[in-house]
Write a protein that binds this ligand. Structure first.
Ligand code: FES
Length: 166
C-alpha cells in the first residue's frame, strides 16, 4: 500500500511552480486520495506553496467539503436546508442515527463503514429531502424504505469491492 507521504508528493508533482491559486485543487486531490487532510498533509502543502499552515486551515475550513479526520467508507451528507427540513430532513436524520448508530458529527461507526453529517442546502431544493453518499445525490428520501435501499446499495458495493473497510 502506498504511503500517504508518497501519495502527497505524487499529487504535488502534478502542480509544478504552483502558487496559492492551486491550493484548493491540491487540497481536493489530497483529500480524494487520502480520505481527509491530515496535519502532515497540511504542513507539506504549506511548505510546497510557501504558505503558513494557518492559511491552509483558513481556506480549508471555509469550504464545507474538506475534512481533517477520516470519515467512514461511505460518508453521508443530509441536507438540513429549509426546503429539505419542511419535507422531512429531521426524520431522515433520526432514522440514519438509529440505523447506523452514529451522530451527524462525521465520526464513523466502529466498523468504519458509514459516517454522517448534516449540511446546509446542497442546491437540490426541489428534490428534498436529499442526501448524498460520497458525493452521489439521492433525492426524495422521504421513507424508511427508500433510505434502506440507499444503505443496501452501499453495503452491496462494499461486498463487491471486498477487502477491509478502512
Ligand atoms: S434545502 Fe435541501 S437542497 Fe436546498
Amino acid at each position: 500500500m502506498e504511503h500517504q507521504c508518497d501519495i502527497i508528493e505524487e499529487i504535488l508533482r502534478k502542480y509544478p511552480n504552483a502558487t496559492r491559486d492551486a491550493l484548493v485543487p491540491i487540497l481536493q486531490d489530497v483529500q480524494n486520495a487520502c480520505g481527509c487532510l491530515s496535519r502532515e498533509a497540511v504542513i507539506r502543502i504549506g511548505a510546497y506553496l510557501r504558505l503558513p499552515a494557518s492559511s491552509i486551515y483558513g481556506v480549508a475550513t471555509f469550504y464545507n467539503q474538506f475534512r481533517f479526520r477520516p470519515t467512514g467508507k461511505y460518508h453521508i451528507l443530509v441536507c438540513r436546508g429549509t426546503s429539505c427540513h419542511v419535507k422531512g430532513a429531521s426524520s431522515l436524520l433520526l432514522l440514519l442515527r438509529g440505523k447506523l448508530g452514529i451522530r451527524e458529527d462525521g465520526v464513523p461507526a466502529e466498523d468504519g463503514l458509514f459516517s454522517l453529517e448534516a449540511v446546509p442546502c446542497i442546491g437540490a431544493c426541489g428534490l428534498g429531502p436529499v442526501m448524498s453518499v460520497n458525493g452521489k445525490l439521492y433525492a426524495g428520501i422521504d421513507s424508511e424504505k427508500k433510505l434502506d435501499a440507499v444503505l443496501e446499495e452501499c453495503r452491496k458495493l462494499k461486498d463487491l469491492e471486498g477487502g477491509t473497510v478502512q
